[in-house]
Design a protein around this ligand. Structure first.
Ligand SMILES: NC(=O)c1ccc[n+]([C@@H]2O[C@H](COP(=O)([O-])OP(=O)(O)OC[C@H]3O[C@@H](n4cnc5c(N)ncnc54)[C@H](O)[C@@H]3O)[C@@H](O)[C@H]2O)c1
Length: 443
């Protein structure tokens, strides 16, 4: 290690470094607040001025972060948010936590990463450590970010240090959080890996160093594609079980008793969120550049993306069994968030189910989700019902459980709904199943 690396390390360990976090969303804000909580001067950079204003008034907008903690770090002036990217010069370590969506054609859109890299490049100072955390295809750090940063005239490995370290946050998870989830770090050179590991190690318990950024980038895709493929497998089996009348949930439950070589995954109305749905397409796009088609991975993505269509067809069938036309049918969707107990609507399969029902001219579509106050379907705004009760449940011809929030009273829902389509096995404890149609049971 050369002297300047040792100096940087000393400053980090002695809490003399200022930490910058670019992108204050589900990933960036918890990370920034964690550094501030540990006593590091922290600056959050955000293009959304509304978020900056909220944070600087101590208003927290991320569910998993303690409101009091945000208030404390803002009042203590150890954390502040800004839209002024010239202040990147004040930072010794910088995390990039910006979105990596896909385009309408499902190609990667790394424009947010490019913009963040350009903002850093225009405002760099000697000795900075930059860590990209946004999920992306292998090669992004070295082929895209590195050249932009070196346009500043500085060289990686002497003037600044660069690494990729994928995020593993699982919003809503009460056990595994920023401070106790191990993190993988891969730098452009040895010093970059070492410094990035030290910097990340200040807020994370365990660090696994890998030899290149591409390994860390690919490792993240493997984690998420592993989930995508296994969820697709049970989704396909759920459809088969529907045909032959076997309960897939009981099958998975039974298979889970095997103490080795099996890990349970569950069917559902589809995959949402910002990761598992998108990542297979990032890899597929990159593979095409190398004349390689990721058939298996793409097939899994297709199966998962078909699930909202499958659930909608289950709903239409249940309405058709009643003496009512689609145009007059009243449907209640329970849960709009993409998974239980979170307030994240991104790519939610429940929203897709609602869109499909609307396209099929269902008379009334209402929804209830205590975490999602409003949605838009085909440019029409819908507000969540303020509550569900034995009175209003009776108004609907069909209730669809799309998200199994813990706050829902499933006993009441099943007792007072005419018919329930359960896509999450949320009603597993309900004894009277005469009005419950479970995805993957074959009723
Ligand atoms: N949310 C998760 O659970 C999760 C988990 C693991 C990995 N990731 C990955 O982390 C990355 C960020 O995801 P997220 O969920 O935090 O996204 P998010 O949309 O919640 O937050 C991103 C924030 O970055 C801001 N932003 C965009 N461009 C910017 C720029 N150039 N400069 C400053 N701010 C900018 C946006 O306004 C937004 O507030 C993505 O690549 C995602 O795939 C997310």
């Amino acid at each position: 290690m050369n002297n300047s690396v040792n100096e940087i390390k000393e400053r980090l360990l002695n809490k003399k470094s200022t930490i910058g976090v670019i992108g204050l969303g589900y990933v960036g804000l918890p990370l920034a607040i964690e550094f501030a909580r540990k006593g590091y001067q922290t600056i959050g950079f955000e293009i959304d001025a509304v978020k900056v204003d909220l944070l600087n008034r101590s208003v927290n907008y991320i569910q998993d972060i303690d409101d009091d903690l945000v208030e404390q770090v803002v009042n203590d002036k150890i954390f502040e948010a800004t839209t002024d990217f010239s202040r990147i010069k004040e930072c010794d370590g910088i995390f990039i936590c910006v979105p990596t969506p896909f385009t309408p054609n499902k190609d990667p859109d790394i424009s947010f990463i490019i913009r963040a890299a350009e903002d850093i490049s225009a405002n760099m100072k000697q000795g900075q450590i930059i860590i990209l955390k946004s999920t992306t295809f292998p090669g992004t750090t070295e082929k895209y970010v590195l050249p932009i940063l070196e346009k500043s005239g500085m060289k990686c490995g002497g003037d600044f240090y660069l690494a990729f370290s994928p995020e593993r946050i699982d919003p809503g998870n009460k056990v595994w959080k920023t401070d106790n989830t191990p993190i993988v770090v891969g730098g452009v050179n040895e010093d970059s890996t070492e410094l990035a590991a030290i910097m990340h190690g200040l807020v994370v318990g365990k660090i696994k160093k890998v030899s290149t950024p591409s390994i860390a980038e690919m490792e993240k895709l493997l984690e998420n594609i592993f989930r995508s493929v296994n969820i697709a497998l049970v989704n396909e089996l759920a459809k088969l079980c529907d045909r032959i009348g076997i309960n897939i949930w009981e099958v998975v439950d039974a298979a889970s008793t095997k103490p080795f070589g099996f890990m349970p995954f569950y069917p559902g109305p589809g995959i949402g969120g910002h990761c598992i749905l998108i990542d297979p397409y990032y890899l597929a796009w990159m593979a095409r550049e190398h004349d390689f088609v990721t058939n298996f991975i793409q097939l899994a993505a297709e199966i998962n993306e078909d699930m909202p269509f499958y659930v909608e067809s289950m709903a239409i069938r249940e309405i058709a069994k009643q003496d009512i036309s689609l145009k007059k049918a009243k449907v209640l969707i329970l849960g709009m968030a993409f998974k239980k107990d979170v307030d994240d609507l991104r790519h939610s399969p429940a929203l897709k189910v609602a869109e499909l029902l609307s396209k099929d001219n269902i008379g009334t579509i209402d929804y209830y989700d205590p975490y999602i106050p409003k949605i838009r379907i085909h440019d029409v705004e819908y507000e969540s019902l303020p509550e569900i009760s034995k009175v209003n449940l009776k108004d609907y011809d069909l209730t669809i459980i799309t998200t199994n929030h813990s706050a829902f009273d499933y006993e009441m829902i099943c007792k007072h709904s005419k018919m329930v389509v359960d896509t999450r096995n949320a009603c597993i404890e309900i004894a009277d199943r005469s009005n419950i149609v479970l995805l993957g049971e074959g009723r």
